[in-house]
Design a protein around this ligand. Sequence first.
Ligand code: MSP
Length: 661
Amino acid sequence: MKRFFVTTPIFYVNAKPHLGHAFTTILADAMTRFHRLMGEDAFFLTGTDEHGDKIAKASEEAGQSPKEYADQISGLFRALGPMLGAKPDHFIRTTDPEHIKTVQKVLQKVYETGDIYFGEYGGHYCFGCERFYTEKELVDGMCPDHKTRPEYIAEKNYFFRMSKYQAWLIEYINQNPDFIRPARYRNEVLSLLESGALEDLCISRPKSRLTWGIELPFDQDFVCYVWFDALLNYVSALNYPRGDKFKKFWPANHIVAKDILKPHAVFWPTMLKAAGIAPYQSLNVHGYWLVRDTKMSKSLGNVVEPKQMVDAYGTSAFRYFLLREMAFGSDASFTEEALVGRLNADLANDLGNLFNRVLAMTHKYFEGKVPSPAAESEEDAELKRLGRDAMRNFQGHFAEFRTARALESLWELVRALNKYIDTTAPWTLFKNKDKARLGTVMYMLLEHMRKIAVHLWPVMPEASVKMLEQLGCCFDLDKVNLAKEPEVWGLLDSGLTVLQSSNLFPRVEVPEPAPPAVVEAEAPKAKAKTKAQDGEPKKKAAPKAPEAPVGPAESIEFADFQKLDLRVGTVLSAAKHPDADKLLVVQVALGEPEPRQIVAGLADRFSPDDLVGKQVVVVANLAPRKLRGLMSQGMILVAKDAEVTRLLTAAGTVDDGGKVA
Ligand code: MSP
């Protein structure tokens, strides 16, 4: 029996699950189900990454111990799978004792082979990324990701001799074209590896600086670097080295987004090589979900919560949209209008209509029973050829993680069936009492619909099972052989009773255009949706007419004032906007995990140095917008009269994030 082991990244527990985590989880679940349908033994692993600076800091801010904090957020990630109709076979946490033991075993092994050594290193350390940057990698002296100035740290640490495996890795990637896919990421990794000498990897942190990690087995004064610890989850979850699961399922097919390409494409294979473990099977890299073409981030307030989408549209529709919309490897933009557009076009119009029409006709012409087919015409043979191709293409693309193209292929069959109804005109055959031809036509449709429903199980498991039930069958994984579906014919038994109609994919209203950023807390209220069953979105409630304002036109209500989120923050850095003389690009610490970037029209009154180190008052909940190409996430307030402009600040020092009330 063929084996298929698929993993998601293990997610950091410093934030709640969002659309991005949901997508990777859904993709991994869909791949698992697909391989199971193909008759393989599949294993799906996900979990949480719980050590390191990021988590230590987040727990401190939450006023909890790191473990308490991790327990809480890890629970949210554990609940993510079931909420999305996904069924991981194992959920690993890097705080699991078994994982800790495995990490220490591997560290000891690599240390003993001489591939871990002790040395001194000075570098620019970004706490957000938890890594050192070289001078060359910084952009204007700032971390390219966090846009903050890293701290220069010189200290003694342990290093993994990653450089030793550079030539081997280049050779391995060249010889195994599917090792990293799609090709653009493979090329990116190759050009990174070929652009210069690979540095050794610093794999420890002194306990004087960080204690929240796995202790090095050969030096109690250090903990393990979080990535070295986290990557090993992929083998510790299988009880490496002696576990049956490891023997059965390794090597893995990893799914990650492009953000963590380097650790997976460079650190991980070289770590495996040094530890004497076979390389993974494939690294499958998907793009980023943007929201209205803007990066999703907590500070921008545009984070899409999967639960809200599932509650509004059902798991099947949400999964279908994500897997259909994102071309493998490319970024995709999420908007509710796009989601609704797809549901209406693909699910309600194409698939839903097909089911409704055919089920209703089966009832009208054959008392709800699947008829027996008679001789097939050339048109039928043509349809079968098209169906075969569509299913083969679906399977070929799906196996290579190209879910969007796979679904596009399957929809060629869905649309062809709708067309076939129009050209064969069963109502005319019925009128003409051509029962034999009518039976063949209806069987043609129903058997193809069964095939479509089976193919959709990886994408929309719940809806697929319901579609099959509507056709009078029940889903039995052990009896399906997806690989054979394009070739076999006639598995739908004549005489089965089908449902009278299908309500699986009703049309959905297009939501009112959302504000530029979906504010997390407001999203569900604003959309006024009622909870829907899977695949059965309910109509939205009519919006209430606004009440007439009371009081003078110029005044505002206290509630209006309360809408403003005014906060005190410290200016970390400020620079002239590269494309606008009047603007300054300012980074302000507001007590959030990452500083805010604010583009302020202050350049004619303040120099960057006037601002750095000062505390300012910020409108923290202003809708983010781009100013001359740079995102601005708030507004800095000033006080001014006819002559002078002064920064608005508190009379004494206030903690960053302190509220102006
Ligand atoms: N803990 C590390 C991974 C260690 S794996 C050994 C980490 N965690 S994370 O919480 O930041 O998760 C990153 C992953 O979440 C991405 O690689 C991707 O799978 C998913 N996504 C997070 N944001 C995303 C988007 N906006 N779009 C698509 N997926 C993204 O990195």
